[in-house]
Design a protein around this ligand. Sequence first.
Ligand SMILES: [Zn+2]
Length: 137
Amino acid sequence: MKKKYKAMVLSCMDPRFQPLVFNYLKRRKLTGKYSAFTIAGAAVGVTASKFKKWHSTFWENLNATINLHQIEKLIVINHKDCGAAKIVNGKKEFNNENELNIHKTSFNKIKKILKKRHPKLKIELILMSLDKKLKKF
Ligand SMILES: [Zn+2]
């Protein structure tokens, strides 16, 4: 039997990216087939120590969607020019290199924790820009 649901999508709350994320997933024919967890910073929000209080809520929701919807994959969509990444960056200049490092750190962390907690779950790590460009990690 073909599974009904495919993935949980972790994305940022930024209003500019709602249509971009929706249309990207639509192009991938995932509409109606994913659960959504939307929080400031996406992977940054659920891994950076600045947002510690948010972390367990994400992992508990992931547990719930695994049990309820039998998803097989976590699709993480971070984005450029993210307010949460700027908060993590602090007083340093928010240049391309620092920005990319924050996203990479969050991707590495979420991947590592996921491997421990849900070794069978696949993961996709995507950094989206406002011009709709995607960078996969
Ligand atoms: Zn954001």
